[in-house]
Design a protein around this ligand. Structure first.
Ligand code: FAD
Length: 429
């Protein structure tokens, strides 16, 4: 079977929300706020500053939303990777609690934003089934839920292996945990709604306009692009996994990692009800994680993960992901792929997102592959910081943003790390 016959190498979401047509408007000579990157982070910052009365220009190297913000799996969670214990060791118990609370707030805030703005983007609180890939991980998940830090408890319950089919039509796991507050969204519809609101608020959004350099000019910044220069009083860098040479200090602090996805062709009638009876979003306890869900119309499986040690292309990643998906759902062996795509997420050395100011420029990035809610929330907070509002403060502000000696933005260590983690994930316990 040719799995890729009729397969598009673009995100499934782009079928519903075609890429915006880029119109080359003349760039203003001067603005109050220049935002670099038109994903969720950049547009949420811009929405705040434009609504706050600041002239705001958003520049993207490609079309608005071209990065992760229209490519992701649409799984919305609390998104702070380190545990309370890990954070408490590094930053003290109080700060650890505040950081975890920001993650919880981001999830609730995003739901409220979508509702209050009336954005039609299939946002639903479906809950997550986090599947244990071995018995030890099931026990570890159960222990974590039983010992949640006081005051930071989140609603969740364990589902033993014997009851797993009530959550997932698969025998590949050892049971798992259900996090009832986690949500699903159509990422490109969400981005489109956000873009429309930023434009309506008066922000100017210019695609195909990469920022090549930034110079300090007195208390302002001069941004150079192939389409001319712009002087800005404030700059927000919102480039996440695509952070490049224009901001070398930030480039040294984020690790771009490819994340890969496929969509299946429409499934036979009734099959989805057996595979995903509760319509949860799903992830597993592997370090090299798989994440998947039903499409909003429940006709396809959207399956994502990391397929190879080195980065690869979507013709190669599609069949590899299909094989991984069939390990979970053998029922899908003969179902072809309709879309295969990928994007670059940004990891950080401490597995936390970072929000702050460097040399006078604001930034928010490093969501470690789980940034739908947090990029929205921290983008909004950065916009408030530009406006000088006290509510813009976050628990992440001013945390040391680490790099490593000789690291310049090319993660040479990625392939051996993925190889090691894959080996560890497959180890019998
Ligand atoms: C395949 C995949 C699946 C994912 N699934 C999930 C998921 O299910 N749940 C979840 O929470 N997260 C997920 N993520 C991560 C999530 O999508 C991101 O964390 C989030 O979208 C980051 O938004 P952002 O605005 O910061 O960055 P992006 O949306 O990546 O936007 C950055 C933009 O900056 C632009 N840019 C870069 N350099 C310049 C420059 N010099 N000048 C101008 N513009 C520039 C880029 O063109 C890009 O459009 C996934 C990511 C991928 C790739």
């Amino acid at each position: 079977m040719d799995l890729l016959e009729n397969c598009k190498l673009t995100p499934y979401w782009w079928d519903d929300v075609p890429r915006p047509v880029v119109v080359d408007n003349p760039l203003p000579a001067q603005v109050d706020v220049a935002v670099i990157g038109a994903g969720y982070t950049g547009l949420h910052a811009a929405l705040q500053t434009a609504r706050g009365g600041r002239s705001t220009l958003v520049l993207d190297a490609e079309e608005a939303g071209w990065g992760c913000s229209t490519r992701n799996g649409g799984q919305v969670s609390t998104s702070i990777k380190p545990s309370f214990e890990q954070l408490a060791r590094r930053h003290g118990a109080e700060r650890a609690g505040e950081i975890l609370r920001e993650g919880q707030r981001s999830l609730a805030w995003m739901g409220e934003f979508v509702r209050s703005e009336g954005i039609a983007c299939d946002f639903h609180q479906v809950g997550r089934f986090h599947a244990a890939h071995n018995a030890a991980q099931y026990a570890a998940l159960a222990a974590r839920l039983a010992n949640q830090p006081k005051g930071l408890e989140i609603p969740a319950h364990m589902v033993p292996r014997a009851e797993q089919h009530g959550e997932l039509g698969s025998d590949a796991y050892w049971g798992g945990a259900v996090y009832t507050q986690h949500c699903s969204v159509h990422p490109a519809r969400y981005h489109q709604g956000l873009l429309e609101r930023a434009l309506a608020a008066g922000a100017q959004v210019q695609g195909r306009c990469p920022v090549a350099g930034i110079e300090c000019q007195g208390d302002k910044f001069l941004l150079s692009t192939p389409r001319g220069q712009v002087l800005a009083r404030d700059v927000v860098v919102a480039t996440n996994g695509y952070t490049g040479k224009a901001t070398p200090w930030l480039q040294r602090r984020v690790i771009p990692i490819g994340s890969y996805m496929i969509a299946t062709e429409p499934l036979p009638d009734g099959l989805m009800d057996r595979l995903m009876p509760r319509n949860r979003i799903v992830s597993d306890t592997r370090k090299v994680v798989y994440y998947y869900r039903a499409s909003p119309d429940r006709r396809r499986i959207l399956f994502g993960g990391r397929v190879s040690h080195q980065e690869t292309n979507n013709r190669v990643s599609g069949p590899l992901l299909h094989a991984d998906m069939v390990n979970v759902f053998p029922q899908l062996r003969d179902v072809k792929i309709s879309h295969s795509w990928s994007g670059f997420v940004a990891y950080t050395f401490d597995e936390l997102m970072h929000v702050g100011k460097h040399e006078g420029m604001h930034y928010a990035m490093g969501y470690c592959g789980a940034g739908v809610g947090t990029s929205s929330y921290f983008g909004m907070r950065v916009g408030q910081q530009v406006l000088g509002l006290a509510e813009g403060r976050t628990a992440l502000d001013g945390l040391a943003f680490q790099t490593r000696p000789f690291y310049t933005g090319n993660p040479w260590f990625l392939a051996p790390s993925v190889r090691y983690y894959r080996w560890r994930d497959q180890r019998p316990v």
